[in-house]
Design a protein around this ligand. Sequence first.
Ligand code: FCB
Length: 464
Amino acid sequence: MTSQTNRIAPNAQALAELVAPPASSLMSRPEFVWGVATASYQIEGAIAEDGRVPSIWDTFSAKPGKVLHGDTGEHACDHYHRWSEDVDLIESLGVDAYRLSIAWPRVMHADGTPNRKGLDFYKKLLTRLAEKGIQRFVTLYHWDLPQYLEDRGGWLNRDTAYRFAEYADLVSRELQGLVTGWATLNEPWCSAYLGYGNGHHAPGLANTRWATQALHHLLLGHGLALPLLRANDPVARCGIVANVGRGTTDGTTEADRIAAQRYEVQHNDWILQPLLKGSYPEELFKLWPGTEPLVLDGDMEIISRPMDFLGINYYFRSNLRSDGGTGFVDVPLKDVERTQMGWEVYPQGLEDLLRRFKSQYDRLPPIYITENGMASDDAVVNGEVVDEQRMRFMKSHFAAVARAIDAGVDVRGYFAWSLMDNFEWAFGYERRFGITHVDYDTQVRTLKQSGRALQAFLALRRGS
Ligand code: FCB
């Protein structure tokens, strides 16, 4: 390291080491983007303020039995009111970038006209971040569909794709110049499959055929929005965020091997292939016979329009075996490390997937890891949160990204999920993903040790 390092107190260096990626890695260079991420419904609260209309998550979480402990996003982290101190928190971390999402129900009335108060909230937030030199990665749709659109069929209705494009047009005209990168959708797999395929998420419908149709309309909305974003905000980069999953098998038969492959097709290629090759994978319809979506002429060209970046969200690996038919069953491995979610800690899966996508997709754009992180049952003890497992998780996943970069994958940045504990969808507030602890009674934020370690690493990288 350079002489600048000497300015860092030794304990800060030791703290940084708890998470730091390999020193030789490109991730230590200034151009690599380090960030933290959140999403509107998970942090904002203020669901009935300043003209916000209800979203599908308000409706879904109000139904008994849908969300653990009956939690809802009504108050969440009260970020709508505390945004200014939250920006100070982000700044204090020393990150280069912040990834947030816009709540569609906050910025547009049901008749399609702008809701000024909602737009003003994001304008002042983005302006403040820009003033502080923090890059802004903005996701347009992180699952909070206005309920009035769900009442007309939601993502099962092709018209919703056009309404999404209108929304993207409005927001990018209004926020033009304030955004570094626009992502159209967050994890369309989850919106389609968890929302319409198995009903675990809002709007809570369960039919595989609906999931493939919903996904098609989501991707169509993405493709329709791209040229509008580019026209309205030519300087910003445009892309999408996809969750990806690693599937392997401990089974010994050919059927088990195929089962693991099909898991990856279902989790990854169902989304990536239409975006990057303009077609749906045939294997998907071997897994789910008869579920082909209705695709109109020209749709696949719209869906596969070029993007400037692909956001990848990675959390865990699954162990699959054949279900005896065309599908797979998840057979959890024993004796592996797991998180509060029960998800296996498996950093190698991130490297494997990044390498596979590079070899499989000629048109793979530059990648940002837009989410990665873990939940633990964190508590403040004597003013401190010692989240040792999270620090190991971060360090091992940083190392996996570094290996993928060394293997030639163009990864430009990494965003930790999440800036702070928040409303973890169907799991409510019990599952804590933050590098900052939130006390939901007092709304006090306490930077966890993982957050302090990231802060120390970033300070060291800057040489300050
Ligand atoms: C992802 C979501 C994000 C968060 C993490 C844990 O699927 O995009 O909002 O809930 O999982």
